[in-house]
Design a protein around this ligand. Sequence first.
Ligand code: AMP
Length: 286
Amino acid sequence: MTRRLRLAIPNKGRLVEPTVRLLRDAGLIFEAGERALVARVQNFDLDILFVRTNDVVEFVSDGVAELGVTGLDLVAEAGSDAPQLRTLGFGKCRLTIAVPNDSPFRAPEDLAGLRVATSHMNLTRSFFAGRAIPVDVIPVSGAAEVAPRLGLAEAIVDLVSTGSTMVSNGLRPIEEVFASEAVLLANPAALRDRFDTLDTIQTMLSATLAARDRKYLMMNAPETRLTGLEDLLPGLESPSIIPLAHKGMVAIHSVVEADAVWSLLPRLKAAGASGILILPIEKLVQ
Ligand code: AMP
């Protein structure tokens, strides 16, 4: 008998909340206790393993878990070739070279012969090697941003999302090394042997993510204004047009980008739409 599928996700840190939210939004029912190591999903043949963000890649590569969620930066740093089923749209950040504000360095080339502190040693080494810039890479396990102040290094390579941590540490970015976000990883053997189940989970997550970005719009309009309104509503394919009991009037239904809704509303009204409803979409399978 094949054992229950396992999905390894971070147990601490900034990827936990968005990962757990995605799984719950996808409809999986489980309890994520503070100290639980494994959560049994009640409505799917799946166990969730809570492990260190750094260890997810290893769990998936070794086949301890069939699936995993972690940062692309950690996958690249580990040099893992585990199949990446899809990126997840959260945990976005950039691995960036930064130097103290008052330093003269403007470009990676200016760091030749100097020390660079980072917790992403492999990505940092291969970046500088790729540019043929000799640097001394100093490993730190965290808090790289304090290294210049401590006199440990002249520059750092660290993850940035808003940039505020760097600013508050008196650092300025000079170049991006790697763009990261959360990713769904699979174990290669499991992907081959249990493809259907892995594909079902991937579809669940994809349908949930696609639905988040879109809204369902419903509105009424005189039939004579249809062409103008259709031009405003590209929708997923084409909008649905439904005749109303009131002759000469139609209902128009369309799926639109969530970010576009507010700028679209006044234009729809001006083009003749009335009774506009904006509805959330629960899942969207494309
Ligand atoms: P953790 O250290 O457990 O909070 O998780 C670190 C992972 O979160 C990194 O490897 C990245 O993939 C991701 N991440 C997203 N934004 C940031 C950020 N601003 N700083 C550090 N890590 C980030």
